[in-house]
Design a protein around this ligand. Structure first.
Ligand SMILES: C[S@@+](CC[C@H](N)C(=O)[O-])C[C@H]1O[C@@H](n2cnc3c(N)ncnc32)[C@H](O)[C@@H]1O
Length: 214
């Protein structure tokens, strides 16, 4: 059974694609994708032996050794032929380093869920001229934002779009709007404690008020 966060990532994976889950740890995502026949083949990569052993144990326990390969590698091993890269549960700067070292054009789609700094992730995507293809917010104790992009499509995003999510701000689904209300409340709590409001936070606050209509 996947957590709500991993289930949301699962939903964003294209049917029949070969997935390379980088920083897989337990390999829950590749196991679910292959077991449910959403993907014919997958790779579970990790740069540490302990997590990789976890992955191997779970793959073996489900009898999926023929369809999921566990790879010990720091970042993306470009010898692996895959359609979709998943990077989830990692910090933004780890993801940035991994993306910087890879030829992203080798893959159809890259799905990323960073623990913090999702605005920096969208800015990175925009600065490289890549296009955001899918976005999703899910609540699983925290609000998690998942962003998929393609290095084959061109995109450019304003700072406002990087903050709010270019696709999310158009779709405005219920969980997304709840996450924005929480962001707005956090800013209000900060403003209540300081004598002078910093201009960056004030800009974010204006964007939140505008989209929430309050
Ligand atoms: C918190 S776990 C996330 C597991 C899973 N992706 C998820 O979303 O639940 C992060 C994993 O990434 C691995 N990791 C960290 N840096 C990495 C790197 N540069 N290359 C590959 N794996 C890495 C860690 O060893 C750890 O197992």
């Amino acid at each position: 059974m996947l957590t709500k966060r991993l289930a949301a990532i699962y939903e964003l994976v294209e049917e029949n694609s070969v997935v390379y889950d980088v920083g897989s740890d337990h390999a829950f995502l590749p196991c679910a994708l292959v077991k449910n026949k959403k993907c014919p083949h997958a790779f579970a990569g990790d740069n540490k032996k302990g997590p990789l052993e976890n992955a191997k144990k779970n793959i073996r326990a489900q009898g999926l050794e023929d369809q999921i390969e566990a790879i010990l590698y720091d970042g993306i091993d470009e010898r692996i032929e895959a359609d979709t890269i998943v990077l989830s549960g990692l910090g933004y700067y780890t993801v940035e380093k991994i993306l910087d070292r890879a030829d992203l054009k080798k893959y159809k789609e890259i799905i990323v869920q960073v623990n913090q700094d999702v605005m920096k992730l969208r800015k990175y995507i925009s600065d490289h001229g890549y296009a955001i293809t899918k976005e999703k917010v899910v609540y699983d104790g925290f609000y998690y934002e998942i962003v998929a992009f393609s290095a084959h499509l061109k995109g450019h995003y304003s700072l406002k779009e990087c903050y709010l999510g270019p696709l999310l701000m158009k779709e405005k689904d219920v969980v997304y709007l709840d996450s924005l209300r929480q962001k707005k409340k956090i800013l209000e709590d900060i403003f209540a404690k300081v004598a002078v409001k910093d201009s960056v936070r004030l800009t974010y606050y204006e964007w939140l008020k505008e989209i929430l209509g309050q």
